[in-house]
Design a protein around this ligand. Structure first.
Ligand code: PAF
Length: 295
């Protein structure tokens, strides 16, 4: 029982039966239902996903669930910001119709043994990059996303392009497991200085926050190199790594050049690539990417 949530200004459900009744009622009336899965601590990036979902669907369900299975043992699961009351007010103001706020035991029933596994062979988009630094992360993500799809039964679901490897992996999961859910992507929302919005930005100290926009500046500079004709991925990788290494507050996790549709590393730059990068800033990971489509 969490009495502090009872006064939330948005319709909310915590139990599967209540959720299904609400969503199935809408569907019986011929309404299209959109899902925006989140882990809460909502910012303008999430809210733009909600507004986008509201444009694309008749009803919008947002889920807030800090999913334990996508965090490693040394990661920030416990300190991940949780503020459902403020989140609910923001959701209500941005066109969300229903908040699904399950407990861990609702998503992972006692005795839970079933996960969605990912084949980490060479051409899996979930291989490398985030997975190298967060082993098992995408297994937790696709498991919870599959569960949310089964629970909410949405017609469409919206994901942010900031987590580009996640988005590509989720698309594969939907294809492979035949989910009848349309996956829509929404562009990354940024602060005025270019820093991609993230719930984890709240952890940054003022000096770390001041350094943080270098990540996106580096990606934009690399994008300009490619647009100016550079086709050797090693040259672009090295330029990004050198630029990030120049910031003493950054510890670079990766800065890479991959195919946009499957996240495979490339040697020669083709027509549609993504430059993904992640840095550790005093224990807070910042993640970003730019996409380059050469016509
Ligand atoms: O991107 C996120 O916030 C999470 O990975 C998601 C998709 C809500 C699954 O827990």
């Amino acid at each position: 029982v969490r009495p502090e949530l009872d006064a939330l200004p948005l319709d909310q459900v915590r139990q599967v039966g209540d959720l299904r009744r609400r969503v199935r009622d809408w569907k019986r009336q011929g309404q299209r239902v959109g899902l925006v899965p989140t882990m809460g601590a909502l910012h303008e990036g999430h809210l733009s996903l909600i507004r986008f979902a509201a444009d694309e669907a008749d009803r919008v369900v947002a889920s807030i669930f800090v999913n334990p299975t996508q965090f490693g043992p040394d990661e920030d699961f416990r300190r991940y910001p949780r503020r459902p009351r403020k989140d609910a007010a923001l959701l209500a103001a941005n066109g969300c119709d229903l908040l699904f706020l399950p407990d861990v035991e609702t998503v992972y029933p006692p005795g839970h043994i079933t996960f969605v596994d990912l084949d980490e062979s060479l051409d899996s988009p979930s291989r490398g990059l985030e997975s190298e630094f967060r082993p098992g992360h995408f297994r937790g993500v696709v498991t919870v996303v599959a569960q949310l799809f089964n629970l909410v039964e949405p017609d469409l679901a919206v994901f942010g392009e900031k987590d580009a490897q996640q988005l590509t992996t989720v698309r594969c999961m939907v294809r492979d497991l035949h989910f009848d859910v349309e996956i829509l992507a929404h562009p990354t929302v940024r602060d005025a200085d270019g820093l991609a919005m993230s719930s984890r930005n709240a952890f940054l100290t003022p000096p770390q926050r001041a350094a943080a926009p270098l990540l996106y500046r580096t990606l934009r500079r690399a994008k300009r190199m490619v647009e100016a004709g550079e086709r050797d991925a090693a040259v672009v990788r090295q330029a990004m790594q050198e630029a990030l290494a120049a910031e003493p507050l950054f510890e670079t996790n990766y800065a890479d050049v991959v195919e946009a549709d499957n996240f495979q590393r490339v040697d020669r730059i083709g027509s549609d690539i993504i430059l993904p990068a992640a840095v550790d800033v005093g224990g807070t990971r910042l993640l970003d990417n730019v996409r380059i489509a050469i016509t």
